[in-house]
Design a protein around this ligand. Structure first.
Ligand code: A3P
Length: 316
Protein backbone atom coordinates (compact mmCIF):
# COMPACT_ATOMS: atom_id res chain seq x y z
CA UNK A 1 0.00 0.00 0.00
CA UNK A 2 0.96 3.63 -0.26
CA UNK A 3 1.53 4.01 3.49
CA UNK A 4 5.25 3.40 3.74
CA UNK A 5 5.18 3.87 7.51
CA UNK A 6 3.21 0.65 8.05
CA UNK A 7 6.22 -1.40 7.04
CA UNK A 8 5.40 -4.32 9.33
CA UNK A 9 1.88 -4.60 7.90
CA UNK A 10 -1.61 -4.08 9.23
CA UNK A 11 -4.06 -6.17 11.16
CA UNK A 12 -7.83 -6.15 10.79
CA UNK A 13 -9.86 -7.15 13.86
CA UNK A 14 -13.22 -8.81 13.99
CA UNK A 15 -15.86 -7.87 14.89
CA UNK A 16 -15.72 -4.21 14.00
CA UNK A 17 -13.15 -4.41 11.18
CA UNK A 18 -10.82 -2.15 13.19
CA UNK A 19 -7.57 -1.61 11.31
CA UNK A 20 -4.20 -1.14 13.04
CA UNK A 21 -0.48 -1.52 12.48
CA UNK A 22 0.32 -5.12 13.30
CA UNK A 23 2.17 -4.14 16.51
CA UNK A 24 -1.23 -3.44 18.04
CA UNK A 25 -1.49 -7.18 18.70
CA UNK A 26 1.57 -7.01 21.00
CA UNK A 27 -0.17 -4.58 23.30
CA UNK A 28 -3.86 -5.35 22.76
CA UNK A 29 -4.31 -7.45 25.91
CA UNK A 30 -2.60 -4.95 28.18
CA UNK A 31 -4.48 -2.07 26.59
CA UNK A 32 -7.73 -3.90 27.19
CA UNK A 33 -6.80 -4.66 30.79
CA UNK A 34 -5.48 -1.15 31.50
CA UNK A 35 -6.39 -0.19 35.06
CA UNK A 36 -8.21 3.10 34.90
CA UNK A 37 -8.73 5.11 38.08
CA UNK A 38 -11.67 7.19 39.20
CA UNK A 39 -9.53 10.31 38.92
CA UNK A 40 -8.66 9.64 35.25
CA UNK A 41 -10.02 11.64 32.35
CA UNK A 42 -9.74 9.91 28.99
CA UNK A 43 -9.76 12.06 25.85
CA UNK A 44 -11.14 9.73 23.18
CA UNK A 45 -11.35 10.66 19.51
CA UNK A 46 -11.00 9.44 15.99
CA UNK A 47 -7.71 10.93 14.68
CA UNK A 48 -7.74 14.63 13.81
CA UNK A 49 -10.93 15.47 15.66
CA UNK A 50 -9.16 17.94 17.95
CA UNK A 51 -7.51 15.49 20.36
CA UNK A 52 -4.43 17.56 21.16
CA UNK A 53 -6.47 20.68 21.73
CA UNK A 54 -8.81 18.86 24.10
CA UNK A 55 -5.90 17.19 25.95
CA UNK A 56 -4.36 20.62 26.50
CA UNK A 57 -7.65 22.14 27.68
CA UNK A 58 -8.46 19.27 30.05
CA UNK A 59 -4.93 19.04 31.45
CA UNK A 60 -4.77 22.80 32.01
CA UNK A 61 -8.19 22.97 33.62
CA UNK A 62 -7.32 20.20 36.05
CA UNK A 63 -3.66 20.94 36.75
CA UNK A 64 -2.85 24.48 35.83
CA UNK A 65 -5.84 26.78 36.36
CA UNK A 66 -3.58 29.69 37.32
CA UNK A 67 -1.08 29.03 34.53
CA UNK A 68 1.83 28.61 36.90
CA UNK A 69 2.44 24.84 36.80
CA UNK A 70 6.18 24.09 36.47
CA UNK A 71 5.59 21.24 33.97
CA UNK A 72 3.14 23.08 31.75
CA UNK A 73 5.72 23.54 29.00
CA UNK A 74 6.44 19.82 28.70
CA UNK A 75 5.19 18.14 25.55
CA UNK A 76 1.44 17.65 25.66
CA UNK A 77 1.79 13.88 25.11
CA UNK A 78 4.26 13.65 28.00
CA UNK A 79 1.76 15.28 30.36
CA UNK A 80 -1.19 13.53 28.79
CA UNK A 81 0.07 10.21 27.39
CA UNK A 82 -1.18 8.53 24.19
CA UNK A 83 -1.74 5.06 25.59
CA UNK A 84 -1.61 2.97 22.38
CA UNK A 85 1.05 4.93 20.50
CA UNK A 86 3.44 1.95 20.88
CA UNK A 87 1.77 0.29 17.89
CA UNK A 88 3.03 3.10 15.63
CA UNK A 89 6.45 3.49 17.23
CA UNK A 90 7.70 0.20 15.76
CA UNK A 91 7.76 1.69 12.24
CA UNK A 92 11.18 1.51 10.62
CA UNK A 93 10.53 4.99 9.26
CA UNK A 94 11.22 6.31 12.77
CA UNK A 95 14.51 6.44 14.63
CA UNK A 96 14.77 3.24 16.66
CA UNK A 97 13.42 3.95 20.11
CA UNK A 98 16.72 3.28 21.86
CA UNK A 99 18.32 6.07 19.76
CA UNK A 100 15.56 8.53 20.43
CA UNK A 101 17.14 10.52 23.23
CA UNK A 102 14.31 12.81 24.18
CA UNK A 103 11.62 10.13 24.19
CA UNK A 104 13.81 7.68 26.12
CA UNK A 105 14.76 10.35 28.62
CA UNK A 106 11.11 10.99 29.49
CA UNK A 107 10.46 7.25 29.67
CA UNK A 108 13.40 6.59 32.02
CA UNK A 109 12.36 9.42 34.32
CA UNK A 110 8.75 8.27 34.46
CA UNK A 111 9.28 4.51 34.44
CA UNK A 112 12.57 3.73 36.19
CA UNK A 113 13.68 0.11 35.81
CA UNK A 114 11.05 -0.67 33.15
CA UNK A 115 11.76 -2.13 29.70
CA UNK A 116 10.49 0.08 26.82
CA UNK A 117 9.91 -3.06 24.74
CA UNK A 118 7.01 -3.87 27.08
CA UNK A 119 5.28 -0.75 25.80
CA UNK A 120 6.80 2.67 26.11
CA UNK A 121 3.68 4.81 25.94
CA UNK A 122 1.57 2.18 27.66
CA UNK A 123 3.89 2.15 30.66
CA UNK A 124 4.14 5.95 30.61
CA UNK A 125 0.34 6.03 30.79
CA UNK A 126 0.39 3.67 33.76
CA UNK A 127 3.09 5.70 35.52
CA UNK A 128 1.64 9.16 34.85
CA UNK A 129 0.95 11.05 38.08
CA UNK A 130 -2.63 11.51 39.25
CA UNK A 131 -4.81 13.05 38.09
CA UNK A 132 -4.10 11.44 34.73
CA UNK A 133 -5.38 12.80 31.41
CA UNK A 134 -5.00 9.97 28.92
CA UNK A 135 -5.32 10.16 25.14
CA UNK A 136 -6.74 7.32 23.09
CA UNK A 137 -7.96 6.74 19.55
CA UNK A 138 -9.11 3.23 20.42
CA UNK A 139 -12.89 2.84 20.33
CA UNK A 140 -14.90 1.88 23.41
CA UNK A 141 -15.10 -1.78 22.36
CA UNK A 142 -11.33 -2.17 22.58
CA UNK A 143 -11.16 -0.78 26.11
CA UNK A 144 -12.14 -2.47 29.33
CA UNK A 145 -15.96 -2.69 29.50
CA UNK A 146 -15.97 -0.88 32.86
CA UNK A 147 -14.09 2.16 31.53
CA UNK A 148 -17.04 4.50 31.99
CA UNK A 149 -17.90 3.11 35.39
CA UNK A 150 -14.41 4.03 36.55
CA UNK A 151 -13.07 7.04 34.65
CA UNK A 152 -14.51 10.08 32.88
CA UNK A 153 -14.41 10.20 29.09
CA UNK A 154 -14.43 13.31 26.91
CA UNK A 155 -15.25 12.23 23.35
CA UNK A 156 -14.67 14.74 20.56
CA UNK A 157 -16.40 14.41 17.19
CA UNK A 158 -15.53 16.41 14.07
CA UNK A 159 -17.02 16.70 10.61
CA UNK A 160 -15.78 13.84 8.40
CA UNK A 161 -14.98 16.26 5.57
CA UNK A 162 -12.57 18.22 7.76
CA UNK A 163 -11.29 15.05 9.44
CA UNK A 164 -10.41 13.32 6.17
CA UNK A 165 -8.50 16.33 4.84
CA UNK A 166 -6.71 16.79 8.16
CA UNK A 167 -5.86 13.07 8.41
CA UNK A 168 -4.60 13.09 4.82
CA UNK A 169 -2.18 15.89 5.68
CA UNK A 170 -1.21 14.21 8.96
CA UNK A 171 -0.57 10.87 7.22
CA UNK A 172 1.81 12.56 4.79
CA UNK A 173 3.47 14.61 7.52
CA UNK A 174 4.07 11.99 10.21
CA UNK A 175 6.62 9.36 9.29
CA UNK A 176 5.00 6.42 11.05
CA UNK A 177 2.19 6.72 8.46
CA UNK A 178 4.21 8.13 5.52
CA UNK A 179 1.36 8.20 3.02
CA UNK A 180 2.48 8.81 -0.56
CA UNK A 181 -0.84 8.74 -2.43
CA UNK A 182 -3.39 11.33 -3.46
CA UNK A 183 -6.26 12.92 -1.52
CA UNK A 184 -8.62 11.02 -3.81
CA UNK A 185 -7.10 7.67 -2.83
CA UNK A 186 -7.05 8.64 0.81
CA UNK A 187 -10.74 9.60 0.72
CA UNK A 188 -11.55 6.24 -0.86
CA UNK A 189 -9.72 4.47 2.00
CA UNK A 190 -11.82 6.53 4.43
CA UNK A 191 -15.07 5.34 2.80
CA UNK A 192 -13.86 1.77 2.68
CA UNK A 193 -12.93 1.76 6.41
CA UNK A 194 -9.37 1.18 5.29
CA UNK A 195 -7.62 3.80 7.41
CA UNK A 196 -5.82 3.05 10.67
CA UNK A 197 -8.16 3.63 13.65
CA UNK A 198 -11.17 3.14 11.35
CA UNK A 199 -14.05 2.58 10.82
CA UNK A 200 -14.90 6.22 11.52
CA UNK A 201 -18.67 5.79 11.95
CA UNK A 202 -18.52 2.74 14.15
CA UNK A 203 -16.10 4.58 16.45
CA UNK A 204 -18.54 7.49 16.65
CA UNK A 205 -21.59 5.26 17.10
CA UNK A 206 -20.07 3.38 20.03
CA UNK A 207 -19.45 6.70 21.78
CA UNK A 208 -22.76 8.29 20.79
CA UNK A 209 -24.68 5.40 22.31
CA UNK A 210 -23.02 6.14 25.65
CA UNK A 211 -23.54 9.90 25.58
CA UNK A 212 -26.01 9.94 28.48
CA UNK A 213 -23.74 8.09 30.88
CA UNK A 214 -22.85 10.48 33.75
CA UNK A 215 -19.15 9.87 33.15
CA UNK A 216 -19.38 10.65 29.45
CA UNK A 217 -19.07 14.08 27.83
CA UNK A 218 -19.65 14.12 24.06
CA UNK A 219 -18.53 17.31 22.30
CA UNK A 220 -18.18 18.57 18.76
CA UNK A 221 -14.99 20.23 17.52
CA UNK A 222 -17.13 22.76 15.66
CA UNK A 223 -18.83 23.84 18.91
CA UNK A 224 -15.53 24.26 20.73
CA UNK A 225 -14.29 26.39 17.86
CA UNK A 226 -17.35 28.61 17.48
CA UNK A 227 -18.73 28.69 21.00
CA UNK A 228 -15.61 28.31 23.02
CA UNK A 229 -16.59 29.70 26.44
CA UNK A 230 -19.91 27.85 26.49
CA UNK A 231 -18.10 24.57 25.84
CA UNK A 232 -15.46 25.36 28.44
CA UNK A 233 -18.21 26.04 30.98
CA UNK A 234 -19.78 22.66 30.21
CA UNK A 235 -16.43 20.96 30.64
CA UNK A 236 -15.92 22.84 33.90
CA UNK A 237 -19.12 21.31 35.19
CA UNK A 238 -18.36 17.83 33.88
CA UNK A 239 -14.85 17.80 35.33
CA UNK A 240 -15.92 19.45 38.61
CA UNK A 241 -13.06 21.90 38.25
CA UNK A 242 -14.95 24.97 39.51
CA UNK A 243 -12.86 27.43 37.51
CA UNK A 244 -13.78 31.07 37.18
CA UNK A 245 -14.48 32.55 33.76
CA UNK A 246 -11.07 34.22 33.86
CA UNK A 247 -9.36 30.90 34.58
CA UNK A 248 -11.33 29.25 31.79
CA UNK A 249 -10.16 31.94 29.37
CA UNK A 250 -6.59 30.96 30.22
CA UNK A 251 -7.32 27.27 29.63
CA UNK A 252 -8.36 27.56 25.99
CA UNK A 253 -5.35 25.55 24.82
CA UNK A 254 -4.56 27.91 21.97
CA UNK A 255 -2.17 26.42 19.44
CA UNK A 256 0.66 28.80 20.21
CA UNK A 257 0.84 27.46 23.76
CA UNK A 258 0.79 23.79 22.82
CA UNK A 259 4.18 22.08 22.84
CA UNK A 260 3.82 18.90 20.79
CA UNK A 261 6.96 17.36 22.25
CA UNK A 262 8.50 14.54 20.27
CA UNK A 263 7.45 14.63 16.62
CA UNK A 264 8.37 12.55 13.59
CA UNK A 265 7.84 14.83 10.64
CA UNK A 266 8.51 14.45 6.94
CA UNK A 267 10.57 17.62 6.40
CA UNK A 268 9.38 18.15 2.81
CA UNK A 269 5.72 18.03 3.74
CA UNK A 270 6.43 20.28 6.71
CA UNK A 271 8.15 22.83 4.49
CA UNK A 272 5.68 22.73 1.60
CA UNK A 273 2.31 22.03 3.20
CA UNK A 274 2.60 23.01 6.84
CA UNK A 275 2.92 21.30 10.20
CA UNK A 276 0.65 19.68 12.74
CA UNK A 277 -1.47 22.78 13.33
CA UNK A 278 -2.48 23.23 9.76
CA UNK A 279 -5.57 25.40 9.69
CA UNK A 280 -7.90 24.14 12.38
CA UNK A 281 -10.74 25.64 10.35
CA UNK A 282 -14.31 24.51 10.35
CA UNK A 283 -15.29 23.79 6.75
CA UNK A 284 -11.80 23.35 5.31
CA UNK A 285 -12.85 20.00 3.81
CA UNK A 286 -15.33 21.83 1.60
CA UNK A 287 -12.48 23.87 0.09
CA UNK A 288 -10.31 20.85 -0.58
CA UNK A 289 -12.70 18.08 -1.62
CA UNK A 290 -14.27 17.89 -5.06
CA UNK A 291 -18.08 18.24 -5.37
CA UNK A 292 -18.22 14.48 -6.15
CA UNK A 293 -16.24 13.58 -3.02
CA UNK A 294 -18.42 15.87 -0.92
CA UNK A 295 -21.62 14.38 -2.31
CA UNK A 296 -20.29 10.91 -1.52
CA UNK A 297 -19.44 11.94 2.06
CA UNK A 298 -22.91 13.48 2.50
CA UNK A 299 -24.57 10.29 1.36
CA UNK A 300 -22.24 8.11 3.47
CA UNK A 301 -22.92 10.34 6.48
CA UNK A 302 -26.67 10.15 5.97
CA UNK A 303 -26.54 6.39 5.70
CA UNK A 304 -24.62 6.08 8.98
CA UNK A 305 -26.29 8.81 11.04
CA UNK A 306 -29.94 8.30 10.18
CA UNK A 307 -30.45 6.49 13.49
CA UNK A 308 -28.40 8.96 15.56
CA UNK A 309 -31.32 11.37 16.14
CA UNK A 310 -31.64 15.13 15.87
CA UNK A 311 -29.34 15.90 18.78
CA UNK A 312 -26.35 14.71 16.74
CA UNK A 313 -25.56 18.35 15.85
CA UNK A 314 -23.26 17.59 13.07
CA UNK A 315 -21.77 20.17 10.72
CA UNK A 316 -20.80 18.63 7.42
P1 A3P B 1 -6.44 20.80 10.80
O1 A3P B 1 -5.54 19.75 10.21
O2 A3P B 1 -7.77 20.89 10.12
O3 A3P B 1 -5.76 22.12 10.89
P2 A3P B 1 -5.70 16.09 16.51
O4 A3P B 1 -5.12 16.77 17.68
O5 A3P B 1 -6.87 15.20 16.83
O6 A3P B 1 -4.66 15.42 15.70
O7 A3P B 1 -6.38 17.23 15.59
C1 A3P B 1 -5.59 18.19 14.97
C2 A3P B 1 -6.51 19.20 14.31
O8 A3P B 1 -7.04 20.08 15.32
C3 A3P B 1 -5.78 20.07 13.31
O9 A3P B 1 -6.76 20.37 12.30
C4 A3P B 1 -5.42 21.28 14.16
O10 A3P B 1 -5.13 22.44 13.43
C5 A3P B 1 -6.72 21.43 14.95
N1 A3P B 1 -6.62 22.34 16.10
C6 A3P B 1 -7.37 23.43 16.27
N2 A3P B 1 -7.04 24.10 17.34
C7 A3P B 1 -6.08 23.44 17.93
C8 A3P B 1 -5.33 23.66 19.12
N3 A3P B 1 -5.53 24.71 19.90
N4 A3P B 1 -4.42 22.77 19.42
C9 A3P B 1 -4.24 21.71 18.62
N5 A3P B 1 -4.91 21.45 17.46
C10 A3P B 1 -5.81 22.32 17.13
Amino acid sequence: RDFKGYDKGLVRLNPGRWLFPVDYTKFADNLYKFKFRTSDVVVMTWPKAGTTWTQEIVWTMRNNPNLDHPLAKMGVNDRSPFMEFDMLLGSKKLTPLEDNASFMDTFRKQCPGKDPKDGLTLQMSEAAPDPRTIKTHLPFSLHTPDLLDTAKVVYVARSPKDVVVSYYHHSRLILCHDFNGSLDQFTQYFFDDDLVFGPYWLHMKEAWEKRDHPNMHFIFYEDVKTNNMVELQKLNKFLNTNLTEEQLSGARGDEEFVNLGETFFNENVLKNDGGFFRKGEVGDGKQRLSPEQQAKIDQWTHQHTKDFGASFRYTC
